[in-house]
Each structure stands twice: as structure tokens, then as C-alpha cells.
Design a binder for this molecule. Structure first.
Ligand SMILES: NC(=O)c1ccc[n+]([C@@H]2O[C@H](COP(=O)([O-])OP(=O)(O)OC[C@H]3O[C@@H](n4cnc5c(N)ncnc54)[C@H](OP(=O)(O)O)[C@@H]3O)[C@@H](O)[C@H]2O)c1
Length: 235
């Protein structure tokens, strides 16, 4: 696993794709495709460079993501570095109501950690029955506590892949070091659809601008990379 940076929490990289009007999904049953193939390959490489990948329970339920490194070459390269083929999978849940058949739990050999609010720990441990390590993360669940626990498990670099609730919490709590924002070339225009983040008091505002470290055209999408802490190096 990676070296845990000073400060007691992993380096935290947030990754998100939005429409031009800031939506991260629509309201249909289908999962909205925002990235293109080239960008998905880039995301795969970013994943391969991390020790763990975190999504909220809402994303586990709605998108049923695999959260594994897809490229055989990247998996082999990780193994050659003494790492497991894919990063540890991590989720946060308050009520614990997770489907043990979700791909988060069934695809790949990576370790899985579920940070759970205290009242639901016993129920969730029983429900998941050895499919994941269920960790009591307080009542209410405290993301900073989850990050400290991950650091204690040797996670030095964490990729957070959504959804909106999780991104909003990490951003407003100042728990993010870097943001990868991909903008897809279309609008969603449906107020019922989820946005990148909801309302909140963000550490970056007109009086405190985030540091732009990179813009990259990737086919028909654009990647914008922001440094959100001093830990984020220049491009
Ligand atoms: N475009 C993209 O890049 C992208 C990426 C990922 C997801 N998405 C989209 O994002 C949407 C899901 O976002 P979302 O905001 O609904 O869900 P989310 O952020 O994935 O997960 C929210 C859930 O996580 C748990 N949680 C998070 N923080 C918690 C805390 N501090 N205390 C207790 N529980 C906590 C809760 O689960 P419980 O309900 O179990 O209590 C909460 O309902 C989906 O439409 C998905 O398609 C888009």
C-alpha cells in the first residue's frame, strides 16, 4: 500500500463527470454516460494509481459499479509493484441497506470496507456476512474518522468517485486534495437529476479561488484538474 501522507489522512482525489449544466446523472433508469472511452481509460489509470476507491452507498445502489481496474496491463503493473490487482473498495452508509449481490461486493478480489453509522453496524455486519469489513464510523458517521481509519490501514492515496452527497461532504469539510472534473458536451436540464454537489459552505469561493493545475481535451470532453490543498503538486 502507499505511504500515508503527514496529516493523518490519505491524499484524497475527487473524480467526477458532469454535463455542461452540472448534472452527474439524469432521472431515467439507465446510467447516464458522460465520459467517452478515452476518458474511461484515463480514469482506469487514475484508479490503478490509488490504494483505495470510495463511493457513497447511493452510487452502489443506483449505478452498481464494479470499481476494479479494467486494464490487464495496469493490473499486472500493480501486481509487479507488490500491490493487489485493484485498489481496496470503500463505501459509506448511514442506514446500511446494501445489497450483498451488488457488484461492489461480488466483482474482483479487492478488500472491501464499509464505513457505517454506529446504529446500523450490527445489522450491516450480519447482512454482508463476511463480504466486507464493516467499520463503525460514529453516529453521525464522520467521513474524517473513516479517512483516519483508512490511513491506519495503509491507504495513502484515495480516489473518491461520487456521488454528489459524498463529494459535497468531502469538499465542504476540507477533506479533498485534488479534483478531476470532466465536462461532457451536452445538457441534462432536469431539476430532478442530481448535480455534482448540493448547497453548502465550500472552502473555495470568489474570495478564495482554487488553483487550476491542468486542462486537457480528451476527445469530446474536457478534464479540468484543480488543486484543493498544498499537497497537490503542479501538473
Ligand atoms: N457522473 C459521475 O461522475 C458520478 C459518479 C458517481 C455517482 N454518480 C451519480 O450520483 C448519484 C448518487 O449520488 P448520491 O448523492 O445520491 O449518493 P452517494 O453520494 O453515492 O451516496 C450517498 C449515501 O452514502 C451514505 N453516506 C454518505 N455520507 C454519509 C454520512 N456522512 N453519514 C451517513 N451516510 C452517509 C448514505 O447512505 P445510506 O442511504 O445507506 O444511509 C447516503 O445516502 C447517482 O445518480 C449516480 O449515478 C455520478
Amino acid at each position: 500500500m502507499g505511504v500515508v501522507p503527514a496529516g493523518g489522512r490519505p491524499y484524497v482525489l475527487l473524480s467526477c463527470a458532469t454535463s455542461i449544466d452540472g448534472y452527474i446523472d439524469d432521472t431515467t433508469e439507465e446510467r447516464l454516460v458522460l465520459s467517452n472511452d478515452e476518458d474511461l481509460a484515463r480514469i482506469d489509470a487514475v484508479r490503478a494509481g490509488c490504494d483505495a476507491i470510495l463511493v457513497g452507498a447511493g452510487t452502489v445502489r443506483r449505478d452498481d459499479p464494479r470499481l476494479v481496474v479494467r486494464s490487464e496491463r495496469l493490473r499486472r503493473a500493480r501486481v509487479a509493484r507488490g500491490l493487489p490487482p485493484s485498489p481496496v473498495k470503500v463505501t459509506l452508509t448511514g442506514r446500511g441497506d446494501l445489497d450483498p449481490a451488488a457488484r461492489f461486493f461480488t466483482v474482483g478480489d479487492a478488500d472491501r470496507i464499509v464505513y457505517c453509522a454506529s446504529p446500523a453496524v450490527a445489522k450491516t455486519t450480519e447482512l454482508l456476512d463476511g463480504l466486507a469489513t464493516v467499520v463503525d464510523a460514529g453516529d453521525p458517521l464522520d467521513p474524517a474518522r473513516a479517512l483516519a481509519d483508512l490511513a491506519g490501514r495503509g491507504v495513502g492515496r484515495l480516489m473518491v468517485e461520487g456521488g454528489g452527497s459524498v463529494h459535497g461532504q468531502f469538499l465542504t469539510a476540507g477533506l479533498a486534495d485534488e479534483l478531476h472534473l470532466v465536462v461532457a458536451p451536452f445538457f441534462v436540464g432536469d431539476p430532478g437529476a442530481p448535480r455534482f454537489v448540493g448547497d453548502g459552505r465550500f472552502p473555495w469561493h470568489p474570495g478564495r479561488r482554487a488553483r487550476l493545475v491542468e486542462t486537457r481535451r480528451i476527445g469530446d470532453v474536457v478534464l479540468v484538474r484543480y488543486a484543493l490543498s498544498e499537497r497537490c503538486p503542479e501538473a
